[in-house]
Ligand binder design. Structure first.
Ligand code: NAG
Ligand code: NAG
Ligand code: NAG
Ligand code: NAG
Length: 351
């Protein structure tokens, strides 16, 4: 950055040497004087007016510091590069430490950081028992162990909604029991009718559909209806929200949307005959195809970032499940940390 003194010296040099240089060529003395005067006036006016226009650098330094976090959106596809420790399946996992992944600097957030990130935000998680386990992991992170005891009891009342307000941080968390995609669509329509949108919305369904409807093309139809309801709802565009004021929490104008994928199903371990019969690997793969075809997910041009429970549960393996469908806490804990890191990236923040 030039100070006034350097600028003045520069101006003086130009006024002196440019016309002298020209005179060395073939200008008359009058012309040299004329150019000299014109240059002097231009530079003097420029120098004196400059302070009245905010310079680019002072404008930039007035922006909040998180604006300077380099764009890490290229890290998002690497978020699922997780490894579980085979000798400690209950709890220990980490991001793999290969070059590109470690360069992204993903972090397991502690209670304070997670609370700061979600400060003042409204988070809605809607779906089946997988979504409930996701909520449990999230609360485990942001609440203390004492509060967690009573939460666990309430949250595990089967097939019911659950709501909690974390007073210290003003974070509101809703679990909405929504085992079918139509229930998710209804929920989105309700947000739209109320003109009241959560900051973070996590949705997922499919297992109940596989078991009770058992028709992948119907599943595809309901997914496309959900996609339509999201298209008509999303405030400005389906572009994931990089606009809007960033205020230290994730609450910005466009909501952050996630799809909670189905887990790996281990057919022989499923706990009823009906499940083993209907929830076959073939049906599972047809349901996945419909999900991609529906263009709900960002991989296929949609608005939702996939929390890939299938890939996480596959990595954790058969040792991580008792019933071939619900997995150890480590799996849902990982997906919570993947979500929080995605939120950090999307809201251009760094811890
Ligand atoms: C895996 O877990 C075991 C038991 O908790 C621990 O001793 C070991 O260091 C862990 N290994 C890695 C690579 O983290
Ligand atoms: C949450 O945000 C409010 C205002 O934005 C602030 O006063 C409060 O200290 C924050 N709480 C935490 C735990 O960060
Ligand atoms: C979810 O949708 C199903 C099928 O459309 C419906 O029967 C059920 O009542 C809905 N459940 C809730 C909680 O809205
Ligand atoms: C799925 O439902 C559609 C109608 O929605 C029907 O045409 C089709 O035969 C069903 N598929 C199976 C495998 O039952």
């Amino acid at each position: 950055m030039f100070g006034a003194v350097q600028l003045g010296l520069l101006a003086a040099c130009i006024v002196l040497f440019v016309p002298m240089g020209m005179a060395g060529w073939h200008l008359s003395r009058n012309k040299v004087l004329f150019f000299s005067g014109a240059l002097f006036i231009t530079l003097a006016v420029g120098v004196h007016l400059t302070p009245y226009f905010p310079s680019l650098s002072s404008y930039l330094s007035s922006l909040p510091p998180e604006t300077f976090v380099p764009d890490r959106t290229s890290c998002i596809p690497l978020l699922h590069q997780i490894e579980y420790n085979a000798s400690n399946l209950g709890g220990s996992w980490s991001w793999d430490d290969s070059g590109p992944v470690s360069a992204c600097g993903f972090e397991k957030l502690g209670r304070t950081d997670a609370s700061d990130l979600l400060n003042g935000s409204w988070v809605v998680v809607a779906g089946d028992s997988q979504a409930r386990l996701q909520v449990l992991s999230l609360l485990n992170l942001i609440l203390g162990p004492d509060e967690m005891g009573s939460v666990r009891v309430d949250l595990f009342k089967r097939h019911s909604d659950y709501q909690i307000m974390v007073d210290e941080t003003g974070t509101k968390l809703d679990f909405v029991w929504a085992p079918y995609v139509t229930n998710l669509t209804d929920l989105v329509m309700k947000f739209k009718a109320d003109k009241n949108y959560p900051d973070v919305l996590v949705m997922g369904a499919g297992l109940w559909d596989m078991l009770h409807i058992t028709n992948s093309s119907d599943f595809g139809v309901s997914l496309r209806l959900l996609r339509d309801s999201l298209d008509s709802w999303l405030p400005i565009s389906t572009e994931f929200g990089t606009d809007g004021p960033v205020t230290g929490s994730v609450s910005i104008r466009s909501p952050h949307l996630f799809w909670l994928g189905m887990p790996m199903l281990i057919n022989t371990m499923l706990n009823t005959e009906e499940k083993r019969e209907k929830m076959s690997d073939d049906l599972r793969s047809d349901y996945d195809k419909e999900l991609y075809r529906s263009r709900l997910l960002r991989q296929s041009g949609g608005p939702l970032l996939l929390l890939d429970i299938e890939s996480l549960s596959r990595k954790c393996g058969a040792g991580c499940t008792m019933d071939g469908m619900h997995y150890e806490a480590a799996v849902y804990e990982t997906s919570v940390h993947i979500m929080l890191n995605a939120l950090l990236i999307e809201s251009h923040q760094k811890l």
